[in-house]
Design a protein. Sequence first.
Length: 493
Amino acid sequence: MAVGPLQLLLLAVAAAARPAIAHSGPARLCFGLAAIAALAMFIDPGFLAWSLFWVFAGMGTLMPATARFGDAWGWCQQLIWHALRAGFAPWLDARRLLRVKRRSSRGHMRRALPQLVLPAIGSCVILGLFAKANPVIEHWFDSLLSLSLPELWIVRLPIAAIWFTMAWSLLRPRLCRHVLGTFDGRGDLALPGVTPASVQLSLIAFNALFALQNAMDLLWLWGIAPLPKGMTLAEYAHRGAYPLIVTALLAAGFVLVALRPGSKTASMPLVRRLVVVWIMQNVLLVANAALRTLDYIAAYSLTELRIAALLWMGLVALGLLLVMWRLLRDKSASWLINRNAAAALALLMSCSFVDLDAVSARYNVAHARELGGSGAALDICHLQGMGVSAITALARLEQRPAPEAIHLWARLLRENAQAELTRDLAEYRWSVLGALRLAEVRAVLRKDALNPADHGWIDCTHRDPGELRAALGLEPPVPAPAFAPALTRPAKP
């Protein structure tokens, strides 16, 4: 079942049932972003695209009641309330409806039942005749009747109930009446030990410490000077990446708390210059942390988490620049929160269209040491854990010159992934990306990829070609005939 088209249909129904959405510009924008997330679900279903769809759809359906975007902190609370209420909304509305119409419903029911007998019986007779005359309708009836009761109750009905409650939340939304206001973050804040003089001295000390750390990074990460004896570049890079990001986040927190816009400290020219220098040093620190991660990837391999770490570092650097701009231009806390939230949502929306596992698989295969690359040795266990995401990289690996064990592993993992992907496309887990992957594999391997077989799970540490051939059902290679010397010597002339 393709979820993306169902989500698009749900947006259309919500917009048609609630004309206020069409008359609200912000609501139309949110529904447009929700449609993009639904498109991502159609291309490659995933939890990220699913979550983004409901975030934007929830904002769009609540927007007519607010008439403006407001700030991200308030919307975060509204969406949490909207999600918590969604599971109970149909039953709460049904209770209200029954309470209003309880007295008049009995009389209406008595008058309506006799009028429903003839249409119900007539419709059943006509459907039965149509089923005899139309094989398509007959097949629908057979499929419905073939469902066993456990399958109907355990699988179909819960899914239908989930969709019903989510659809109802878009048709009958309710705003949270009481939300926590955004922290203003302006003016002087009385904190023990935080004075203009202490902040100024702190910025001088912090700038000196950051300059020392950045100088060492520039010397060693950029190859200007050799590393200390006994330390490798990978070790130096890996140990420092994440603590440096925490340091940059603490620096942003210090600026937000001790240097609030409109405060006496933030208005001092020297302090403002020191803050600018310190923020730029923090951005350089984040850039060096990203370089450390890249060096670590070159020494080991690329993974989805390391890609996410690099993207997160980019968000941290942007957040630091926004903190500096807020201080210099006297912006509000809502301005800062909204810009950071917009950047994060834009990044997440972009990632919903990209399979990061597939990106890492292609990179690792292209840079594998066994294939003449400059990267780490190929991690078979990592490729095995990627499943379908690695299928195109494995197909291209089969076509490259490599040791026999690597070729056999590539074929084994590719056939397992292709068998799984073929089942998904034939059943309800069809996706555009899956169909494109299967077409690419068949284009690369041609006839060799037409009949995939599922060989089951095999220990990824095996490197014996004989075991791998047996797992693939291949015959052992026929040894070349040994050279036999002549039985007689040639006659002397």
